[in-house]
Write a protein that binds this ligand. Sequence first.
Ligand SMILES: Nc1ncnc2c1ncn2[C@@H]1O[C@H](COP(=O)(O)OP(=O)(O)OP(=O)(O)O)[C@@H](O)[C@H]1O
Length: 240
Amino acid sequence: MTHAGPAVRLDMVTKAYGQARALDGVSWAFPRGGFTAVMGPSGSGKSTFLHCASGLDRPTSGTVWIGDTDLGRLREAELTRLRRERIGFVFQSFNLIPSMDVEENVALPLRLGGRAVDAGRVASVLGRVGLADRLRSRPNELSGGQQQRVALARALVTEPEVVFADEPTGALDPRTAREVLRLMREAVDRAGQTVVLVTHDPVAAAWADSVLFLDGGRIVDELRSPTVASVLARWDGVTA
Ligand SMILES: Nc1ncnc2c1ncn2[C@@H]1O[C@H](COP(=O)(O)OP(=O)(O)OP(=O)(O)O)[C@@H](O)[C@H]1O
């Protein structure tokens, strides 16, 4: 990966459902090695944004690049491969495979990508999230916070260019949520990972370097070096 430009770039991305535009001409460049939160009221387009930016869905018009790859030029199978190899996903609902143990869950993206499963690499990423001693546990033997840490390890194991997290702390209590956010922050600060976090939670957003505010399918504001107080104040402005 020699590309030095933005990790993700959107240019005039629109997603229309009939007459309605869930995204309306969104342009943004997400810096490599940056942590960006995306906030906005319900229905403002956050999920649509995440789906289009990560190649889970195709925009109606406009262009999305991951690194220097234009997603619109990829066939379905190529897009699937790009998602598997170059993007990590973390969802609110963890999405772990119940019949697999922790080590197998984390190794899954490597296995699906046809890569040799390096047990040392899996153990090392599990060590980073503090679960090196739980390799043989099944998801149902873990707390919600531990399960989300497994999901984060699974997202990081391929060393993706960008991790998209959709309300990853939505199902966690505040202390456990803080632990998951700290690990995402660490992935950015220590490993130079790029993280895009969709959240409703000002406390979560305050961990980012920058917060984008969506409203009516458009980016209406950006707040750099956010704090909980400044996010809340800006939020009041967006939703007023
Ligand atoms: N598949 C779809 N068909 C029709 N309209 C849709 C579809 N998906 C989203 N929308 C509409 O697009 C707009 C943006 O939806 P989206 O789910 O992206 O918002 P959101 O900010 O993620 O909301 P929430 O915070 O409630 O999850 C909404 O008006 C929604 O009703």
